[in-house]
Design a protein around this ligand. Structure first.
Ligand code: NAD
Length: 478
């Protein structure tokens, strides 16, 4: 493990994302030796906190995730500093610049800066512009901007946001996070494809009947109703996470190693999305919103805090996505994501047709890739762990064998510190996926939804089953 040197400036350093995800991930990197002596973290937010108080909040949140000795947590927390900050106030950026310069010398951080936006999206543009105009960027180290989702709420707002950050940072220094790209299984998919020639040979419209991607949650919106009312599952899950998962399984040339090539393959795939007419939205996409559960103990979405009584926000979406490429022409990608489903599930089911027997794979075999790996059972063949299956056309390549678990955020932060942009999304990918999503959103916004339309604890509205039945298919996970 090679120690990294950097100064993190976290905008929104007092917030939920910072405390629940970033600080625990930085702590993981600290324990693993990636962060040691040469790093400092400045948290900025509106409230006037002292460094000591800030450090206490960090240790308190670490205790929720780790059982380490408190001493190592406080040693770690000594690298943290707090600066109260209003995103619109130029003077605050000057103060930030001076603090960053001082800490750079104190910790010998080699003038490397990571600017992390853990703040409401409406501030991304103004913060990026001020970082640039107030001269926060260093000359002889790197200056990398990290942006969280949501990246816009439609194509227009995403374009505007991108225009604003592009004025302040070159594309190569922008790291757009989709934390699904930090997950081990998603990162291993190209390895799995490249190292299992027969599986890869079967991965096209000659042998694949359909591909299914499911991200199901059993929870409802919990305390995030206010945020969810501005989003819905189409924007919150389909435009980003689901599309990126589809990208991992469907892009060409999984053996590509260079970031440039990998991004091009994915960009080309998304550019070939078959866009939907309003009538096609009606037939190819289903929306749902959860009602109470059977026993009446779980609230309906419309009864949640900060949710309108007549809310038309969808908590469930299923859809059929198609690509206009030689490889995938005619193969439906059925995707779905929803809240208050019976169980949590994150999986890709690849359903082969009967012609696949030509390749020595049993007709109609289903290969399942489980995205959340908790043990070595991450590839199933017809529902059975691949190692116990009678078929041997797919297995984990050695280098991708299950490790002790790279947590998604920690893994992405190492990438940021290493200048590796492979696992981040490019603007061109987002442009295509937003355009696609907008056509669905526009159609739905023009029609009244018949909500609520599924009980909590069920698989979503009936129309979701019909979507596949119409094509003679059915959901594998049900
Ligand atoms: P939060 O409300 O908990 O934190 C927001 C932070 O911004 C606070 O530190 C607050 O002090 C600061 N802030 C607000 N207005 C400010 C201003 N005018 N000037 C300076 N600072 C200001 O929000 P969060 O849940 O941590 O989310 C932050 C970002 O991360 C959002 O873009 C969100 O969409 C994204 N995100 C959050 C999660 C999550 O699990 N919480 C997951 C994915 C993405």
């Amino acid at each position: 493990v090679k120690e990294k040197s950097a100064n993190f400036i976290i905008f929104g350093g007092s917030g939920d994302l910072a405390h629940r995800k970033l600080y625990p991930s930085l702590f993981r990197l600290y324990k693993a030796g990636y962060l040691k002596d040469h790093f400092a973290v400045i948290g900025t937010a509106r409230r006037p906190w002292s460094d000591d108080y800030f450090r206490e909040t960090i240790v308190a949140s670490l205790k929720e995730y780790f059982t380490d000795d408190e001493k190592i947590m406080s040693e770690f927390a000594k690298h943290f500093f707090y600066q109260s900050h209003d995103v619109n106030d130029s003077a605050h950026y000057i103060a930030l610049k001076n603090l960053a310069a001082k800490l750079n010398d104190q910790f010998e951080a080699e003038n490397n800066r990571v600017y992390y936006m853990a703040i409401a999206p409406k501030f991304f543009g103004v913060v990026a512009e001020h970082i640039n105009s107030e001269g926060l960027k260093t000359k002889d180290g790197y200056n990398r901007l990290v942006i969280e989702k949501p990246f816009g709420r439609d194509l227009d707002s995403a374009c505007e946001l991108n225009g604003n950050i592009a004025k302040a940072f070159p594309e190569d220094d922008i790291y757009r996070i989709d934390h699904y790209l930090g997950k081990e299984m998603i990162q291993d998919i190209p390895n799995i494809r490249a190292n299992n020639p027969k599986f890869e040979e079967a991965l096209n419209n000659k042998y694949v009947s359909n591909i299914q991607v499911t991200l199901a949650e059993s929870l409802g919106v919990e305390d995030r109703g206010g945020y969810y009312e501005t989003s819905g599952v189409l924007r919150d899950m389909i435009q980003n996470h689901i599309m990126q998962i589809v990208g991992a399984i469907a892009s060409d040339d999984p053996a590509a190693k260079r970031a440039k090539d990998i991004h091009k393959n994915k960009t080309d795939l998304f550019a070939s999305l078959k866009n939907l007419t309003p009538e096609q939205v009606d037939t190819n996409f289903v929306r749902g919103q959860y009602d109470i559960d059977e026993s009446g103990t779980e609230k309906a979405y419309r009864q949640e805090d900060n949710v309108a009584e007549d809310s038309e926000i969808e908590t469930y979406t299923a859809g059929k996505i198609e690509f206009d490429t030689e490889r995938w022409d005619g193969v439906p990608f059925y995707v779905r994501s929803g809240k208050r489903m019976p169980n949590k599930a994150s999986r890709i089911d690849i359903v082969f047709n009967d012609k696949v027997a030509e390749l020595g794979i049993n007709a109609n075999t289903v290969v399942t890739l489980l995205i959340e790996r908790t043990n070595n059972q991450s590839i199933l063949i017809n529902g059975v762990n691949y190692a116990e299956s009678a078929q041997d056309f797919i297995k984990f390549p050695e280098e991708a064998e299950f490790t002790t678990g790279r947590e998604a955020y920690a893994s992405l932060i190492i990438d940021i510190l290493s200048g590796n942009r492979v696992h981040f999304t490019l603007w061109d990918e987002l442009r295509s996926t937003w355009k696609y999503i907008d056509s669905i959103r526009e159609r739905w916004d023009s029609q009244k939804a018949d909500f609520p339309n599924y009980m909590s604890g069920t698989m979503g509205p009936d129309a979701s089953e019909m979507l596949l039945e119409r094509d003679g298919n059915s959901w594998i996970w049900d």
